[in-house]
Design a protein around this ligand. Sequence first.
Ligand SMILES: C[S@@+](CC[C@H](N)C(=O)[O-])C[C@H]1O[C@@H](n2cnc3c(N)ncnc32)[C@H](O)[C@@H]1O
Length: 292
Amino acid sequence: MPNFKVLMKVLVSELATFERAQRVVEPDLVMDRQEQVDAYSQAGAKGGTMASLNLFHSAQIAEVIRPGDTVVDLACGSANQLAQVAQLNPDSRFLGVDLSPHMLDRARQFVAEKGLSNCEFRLASITDLEFLKDRSVDVVMSTMALHHLPDTASLQQCFREARRILKPDGGVYFSDLGHFRAEKSIEYASRQYADQQPEVFTIDYLNSLRAAFSLQDFRDAAQVFGEQVSVLSTFLVRYMIVVKSAARRPPDQALGSALDALRQGLPDGHRADLKDLILFFRLGGLATPYFG
Ligand SMILES: C[S@@+](CC[C@H](N)C(=O)[O-])C[C@H]1O[C@@H](n2cnc3c(N)ncnc32)[C@H](O)[C@@H]1O
C-alpha cells in the first residue's frame, strides 16, 4: 500500500496537472462476485498487498477501543481487518455489517478458522442501521469501504447513522482512499502491486480510486460528529483519509507487543510501506500509536 516512491510520483502528477478528474461511481457498489471476494480476502491475508495498511489501521483503532466495548465495522467485507482488530482486542465484541452475502460467508469462515468467538455479522446497508438502537454502540469503524457509496448524500447518511448508534462517549475510526485530481495519479497508485496480485484486484483498486471521495466530502459528512473527531490525510497528497476521535485508552504494553510482532512478520517491502504510510500521516498531522 502507499509507499514513498508511489506517493512522490503521485505528488508530482497532482502538482503538474490542470485536470480535475470527476468522481466515478464504483461499477460494483456491493462486491459480491466470487472472484472479487477471493482477490480481496487474499490481498488482506498475511503477506498480502493490503497487510501493511490493515496493520496501520489496527494500530490506530487500538487507541479508540476499550476492553468491553461493542464495536461495529461498517462494510467489513471478508473481515481481514475486522479479524485482526478482534484478535488484538479479545475483550471487546464486534459486529461486521456488509451488503454482500458472499463477503459475509467468507468473513464467517475466516473468523472461525482463526478461532475468534467475539465476532458476529449482519447483512445490511451501512446507510440504514435500523436494527441497532440509538446510543447502543461504543465504537464505529470502517476501512477502505466508504468509496463504495454512490454519492455524498449516502456518505452523510452513513455518518448520521454512525452518530445515532454511538454512545455519547463513543469513538470512531473511519479510513478510506482520497480523491486524486489526475487520472495519471490513479494509474500509478493502482498499479503499484499489479505484479503481486490478481488482475481483478488491480481493476477493483483502480475503480476504488476513481470513486474516492474528497477530503472536503469527508469534512462535510464528519460535521455530524462535531468537535469529537479530526479529519486528516496523508501529507500533500490526499491518498488516504482518516476520520478519528480522540484516544479513549492509554497505551497498553501487551497490545504494543502484539502489534510489533505483527509488524515484524510483514515481508520487508510491506514493512517499508508501513513506515512510509506512518511518516506521510505524521506529516499530515496524524500520529500512529505503538510504532514509534
Ligand atoms: C473494499 S471492501 C472493504 C472491506 C473491509 N472494510 C476491509 O477493510 O478490508 C468494500 C465492502 O463494502 C461493501 N459495501 C458496499 N456498499 C455497501 C453498503 N451500502 N452497505 C454495506 N456494505 C457495502 C462491499 O460489499 C464490500 O464488501
